[in-house]
Design a protein. Structure first.
Length: 312
């Protein structure tokens, strides 16, 4: 994936529906995002009937008529929640991961549900996990709870490649009228290579101070562009990041991180470090993964007044 993304900011919010038990909540989340961002909504169902890939279901394959029925019901639900929202539906053949990746090139946001009720799979399921590395627009994953309380939480790398992630998080905090919690992880020398770090007197304090300085520099331009967003900073060593993010996922209304084929943080979110019983995994807020280079709209857009009525 290149470091620059040119997907249209004027595109629709795209939501994938599959008829699973998480579909209604995922659809509701997509409607809320479309209303908040003043965007059209595209409801997409991928029919696997002609798909012959390795992930083809071994069970009974729904018919195209079943897919069209699902889209009708989904559109009706979306119209009830967002009566003034432009809504369209599409039924597409193929593999879900491939098709949704293709549609992410024309969307401003891709919304999917997780499959955290399947213990044999990664906690998000194979489709969401694939999109976590390949979506060309920001990916929003419904993980069990939609809350309107708590802050927006962002995992910040403090590197130039993470600027899009920070910008997206600032704009979301501005749109939602809430504070932003910025978590920055630093890796102790040697830990990245899998060896024990060398412990020297005062080394830990120096490493932490350097991490705090790097984070302050990364935030400087965004705090200027979004002065109304209150920012809390949290710098943690790599050993504490999984626990910190797990707590943030239960206390915030949105968790934001970067996206990429080698996205270590994305793997933290959908992989084994968060593999807990389904009942516990459901109690976490949505996660947004942002591609490197994703443009952030002028902050005046975020401050231009309230969006249409919130469809809660």
């Amino acid at each position: 994936m290149s470091s620059e993304v040119s997907a249209p900011q004027s595109g629709p919010v795209v939501v994938g529906v599959d008829g699973s038990r998480t579909t209604p909540a995922t659809l509701d989340l997509a409607v809320q995002e479309a209303v908040r961002h003043r965007a059209a909504l595209l409801v997409l169902h991928v029919w696997p009937g002609r798909y012959t890939g390795v992930f083809r279901s071994r069970g009974v394959v729904p018919s195209p008529a079943d897919g069209r029925r699902l889209l009708r019901v989904a559109a009706q639900r979306a119209r009830l929640a967002g009566p003034e929202l432009p809504i369209s539906t599409e039924l597409v053949d193929g593999g879900a991961a491939t098709v949704l990746t293709q549609y992410s090139a024309q969307g401003r946001l891709l919304v999917v549900g997780s499959r955290d009720d399947v213990p044999a799979r990664t906690s998000w399921g194979s489709t969401a996990a694939y999109l976590a590395h390949h979506s060309q627009c920001p990916l929003l994953v419904h993980r069990g709870v939609i809350t309107h309380d708590g802050p927006v939480v962002v995992a910040a790398s403090a590197r130039p490649s993470g600027a899009a992630t920070l910008g997206y998080a600032f704009r979301e905090a501005a749109l939602r009228g809430t504070r932003l919690v910025v978590i920055h992880m630093w890796t102790r020398p040697g830990a990245a290579e899998g060896v024990a770090p060398v412990v020297v007197p005062g080394g830990y304090a120096g490493e932490r101070a350097a991490a705090e300085h790097a984070l302050a520099e990364a935030l400087a331009s965004w705090t200027t562009r979004f002065p109304e967003v209150a920012v809390d900073r949290l710098v943690v060593p790599d050993l504490d990041i999984a626990y910190t993010v797990a707590r943030a996922s239960r206390r915030g209304q949105l968790l934001v991180a970067g996206i990429g084929r080698r996205g270590r943080f994305a793997e933290l979110l959908y992989g084994s470090p968060f593999a807990r019983p389904a009942a516990m995994r459901q109690a976490v807020c949505p996660a947004a993964l942002v591609p490197a280079g994703w443009p952030v709209a002028d902050p005046a857009v975020a401050r231009s007044g309230p969006a249409p009525a919130d469809p809660r």
